[in-house]
Design a protein around this ligand. Structure first.
Ligand code: FAD
Length: 459
């Protein structure tokens, strides 16, 4: 949901949703095979959750997201995309950083973001190690095409988990919900297995589907399952982001989402520094804030993976009571609210609250958390709060805008009005350009503190 909120700010959600699965497909189905007996399914997502965000969760394939982002980036006059350019090294200088390319070219920038994936050349060049669990096993993926519409019908889902009763587990993930699928089998152990050959891959597909659908295999891959976070996310003018900075098991769907949110955290800080509105040290809070989130998402994804295996054990043992309990628990995997919208920063570019703050961050403004979805008035217009924090400026949200007007104007802070409930009895919330609450003002007298707070946050 959070990533969709960021895409909504860029006006991209309509294109992304065009190829998405329907909302009811946000579930897992356990069955002997796709055409075989269904054993269990996770409960439907609570429809009430859509009130928490103007951009509800979306299940779509990563290649489609790439297409939409690539297209949007290439339309920007200040973006130049060089495909086929391999970076081989990076060097920090006093006021810039340079990447060296395989074709001999050198490209200079004020800053470099190494978002070059799990095997990151930039990370290696900087000598940054990964911490955590490097090998939790390996996954085989078979990306294939085949018409399952007749068999899947109205049972679209994130993944069918098949073969547990037969002791040959394989999952089938939906790519487009109709013709494109990824069948996955897990391989425990420390040693990287050889990729399946096409004949073995077709056999895995046939068993998982329950009949031979004459699949057209597009790609076969082996990938390492790990739960790791970089020991450091910045060396001078070079940052790491995305899989270059962290890797999780895919059980949770947070790899790409976390990477996108890393860069969202970093981008406004870089803009502030480059525009002379903040000092360089603002950039230190990037790692302080995001590394904790990456660890949390890594651990959560590992727990989800363990639960999927436990569900398989319960199915194999025909332990209905345990199965029922585990499937109920899996709601937190599918809905993922705490990781998705409830994440928070306790340190960084935030002002620690003087007294403990109560209430769910999904509903009330709490320091370090995303300002919850509410209708607020900014620049004379009432709109979704989440969609209003898209400009590169701080916003003070209060139910008493007249009281704060003069000080926000003098500080270049936008002023927004909201209902009192979202502030949970507090006077105002100072929201960063990335929609995170930096400070909660408890009383009307906090007005004197505001300029000092801004200075402290940006120094
Ligand atoms: C089976 C599976 C399922 C997954 N499901 C989900 C999911 O549901 N949701 C989710 O959020 N995530 C999911 N992920 C994780 C997701 O795919 C990754 O987290 C995401 O792709 C990371 O994005 P990235 O841009 O950081 O790295 P990458 O996608 O790896 O992109 C790195 C880019 O850098 C380029 N590059 C690398 N080295 C160089 C170099 N030296 N010079 C120039 N360019 C270079 C590469 O060509 C590539 O374009 C899944 C992963 C797997 C394996």
């Amino acid at each position: 949901m959070r990533t969709m909120e960021l895409f909504a700010q860029l006006g991209l959600t309509e294109q992304i949703r065009r190829s998405a699965l329907p909302p009811e497909a946000t579930r897992f189905i356990y069955c002997d095979s796709i055409i075989g007996q269904e054993i269990a399914r996770t409960p439907p997502m609570d429809a009430e959750l859509s009130r928490l965000s103007p951009a509800f969760t979306c299940r779509t394939s990563q290649d489609r997201v790439h297409e939409v982002l690539y297209d949007a980036a290439s339309r920007r006059h200040n973006v130049e995309i060089r495909t086929g350019t391999t970076v081989t090294d990076v060097t920090n200088h006093d006021y810039r950083a340079t990447v060296q390319c395989a074709n001999g070219e050198e490209i200079d920038g004020d800053y470099v973001i190494g978002a070059d994936g799990v095997a990151s050349t930039i990370r290696h060049a900087l000598g940054i190690r990964m911490e955590g669990q490097p090998v939790l096993g390996y996954g085989h993926s078979i990306y294939w095409q085949g018409d399952l519409q007749k068999w899947v019908g109205g049972r679209q889902c994130i993944q069918f988990f098949t073969g547990d009763r037969a002791g040959q587990p394989a999952s089938v993930a939906s790519v487009d919900g109709h013709h494109r699928w990824i069948t996955m089998v897990m391989s425990p152990g420390e040693n990287r297995p050889e990729p399946l050959d096409e004949e073995a891959a077709e056999l895995v597909i046939t068993k998982a589907v329950g009949l031979d659908v004459q699949p057209h295999v597009i790609d076969i891959a082996v990938w390492r399952i790990s739960a790791q976070v970089a020991e450091c996310w910045r060396r001078d003018r070079v940052f790491l982001a995305g899989d270059a900075a962290h890797s999780f098991p895919p059980t949770g769907g947070f790899g790409m989402n976390t990477g996108i949110q890393d860069v969202h955290n970093l981008a406004w800080k870089l803009a502030h520094v480059l525009q002379g509105r903040a000092s360089e040290s603002l950039l230190d809070s990037y790692e302080v804030e995001r590394a904790g989130i990456a660890w949390s998402n890594a651990e959560w994804s590992v727990r989800n993976g363990a639960r999927i295996r436990q569900v398989g054990d319960a199915i194999r043992a025909d332990d209905k009571e345990r199965l029922h309990r585990l499937i109920e628990e899996q709601r937190s995997h599918v809905e993922a609210l705490d990781q998705d919208l409830g994440f928070g920063y306790t340190e960084g570019t935030v002002v620690a609250p003087v007294r403990p703050e109560g209430g769910s961050p999904l509903l009330v403004a709490r320091t370090g958390h995303r300002f919850p979805e509410a209708t607020i008035r900014v620049d004379e217009r009432w709109a979704s709060s989440v969609l209003s924090f898209a400009e590169n400026r701080f916003t003070l949200v209060t139910h008493d805008p007249h009281h704060w007007q003069s000080v926000t104007a003098s500080q270049g802070i936008a002023l927004a009005e909201c209902g009192p409930s979202v502030l949970s009895g507090n006077a105002a919330a100072l929201v960063r350009p990335d929609g995170i609450v930096a400070w909660v003002a408890s009383g009307r007298d906090s007005i004197q503190q505001l300029s000092g707070i801004i200075e402290e946050l940006l120094r």
